[in-house]
Ligand binder design. Sequence first.
Ligand code: GLN
Length: 447
Amino acid sequence: MPDARKTLWGHPKGLYILFFTELWERFSYYGMRAILVLYLTAATTGDNPGLGWENASALELYGWYTMLVYLMGVPGGWIADRWLGQKKTVMIGGLLLCAGHCILALEALWAFYLGLALIVSGVGALKPNISIMVGGLYPGRDVRRDSGFTLFYIGINIGAFLAPLLVGYLGEVVSWHYGFGLAGLGMILGQLIYIWGQRYLTGVGDSPAERVRHTEEDNKPLTREEKDRMILLFLSFLIVIVFWGAYEQAGGLMNIYAKEKIDRMVGGFEIPASYFQSLPALYVILFGGPVALMWVRIRNKNPEVASLFKMAVGTIIMGAGFLLMAGASGEADSASHGKAAIWWILGAYLLHVIGELCTSPVALSFISKLAPHKYSSFMMGAYFATTGLGNKLAGEVGEAAQKFGETAIFNGIFSFCTMFGILLLLFLKKLNKLAHDAEAVQLPGQG
Ligand code: GLN
């Protein structure tokens, strides 16, 4: 059997190559992100000098940066669909990322901007394309596709969990540039794994020129069904904006809230607010499997339960997390010391992550099933670009809390997500018609 078809624990071996590549890519991304604002705002003097920026300017650069990395997924996907194929584009993206992160380890302003530019292009080339490659490991309607994406998503979050702890510690305590360098080392490791693992990826993510029967496949105009599916995908991006616009309060408003208004003393030790940033990733690692299993059970009994249903339910569950935040806010306002119990935020993040697990890996799988082959990476890039817009929106909503108060914002997000989710459930049948059975599954080995 060719290497590319061999399986390990029920999944193609290529999945584990993509799993570890993306784990390290995310380690470098989230590691660098964890210290970016701190480095920008640190004083220019002292043992570990930063750039001495104002908070507002640092947050502004952060907002643009986190949006741009995902927006670049559109050209990244386009290049793969048109010319290079996903496999080569991921390779190039990885090289750009190794260069970008390592350049940040240098102490010079030109190196800082060049590093950021390389990272933005590198993530754009790598992120959508590696996600499409995961789908490419499961041809047709293979039932293992969803669980493959769940595993992949767990890998992402192992990287996201470790990064703020390791890169954050090294950067903050020893030297910002060592921190950036460690992020770079992580990415180099991911790139080496990807290069070594090519043998398990034959036939996956090939360029149009390499694909068998490419001319027929790439020159045919889209059929009516394929067009409907594209429309459905674009409609589903509305969920993506709402979801990430709410969820991404994590790094901003909820981060500041944890610092100022949550009682973080546990057994005489005060938990640093930044530790809460690793919590969602930890929850994904713990609950990724159980949530995926729960959906398999539900789907076995109700075959009509498909991705959009899960995404609507996920948005409602995530929104419910904000009800807990509103509860925290009420408690903090009435408490004499002005702080709320830690349980509120632990519970809020838990609901956020259960919602995320119903929405985010499901969306990746959904796109890989519905997008016509020749636009697959472009659509995945458009998906990430939409999450980037969601990130930016989250920043704006968070800022509004300064004006309207946290309680109003938390209650507002909760109500909006709930209504939006319910509305989606009401239109579900109509929307699902546009999928034209693209989600019907087939067991491994069947026809
Ligand atoms: N946290 C996930 C990741 O890093 C999802 C991010 C997103 O979709 N914007 O892959």
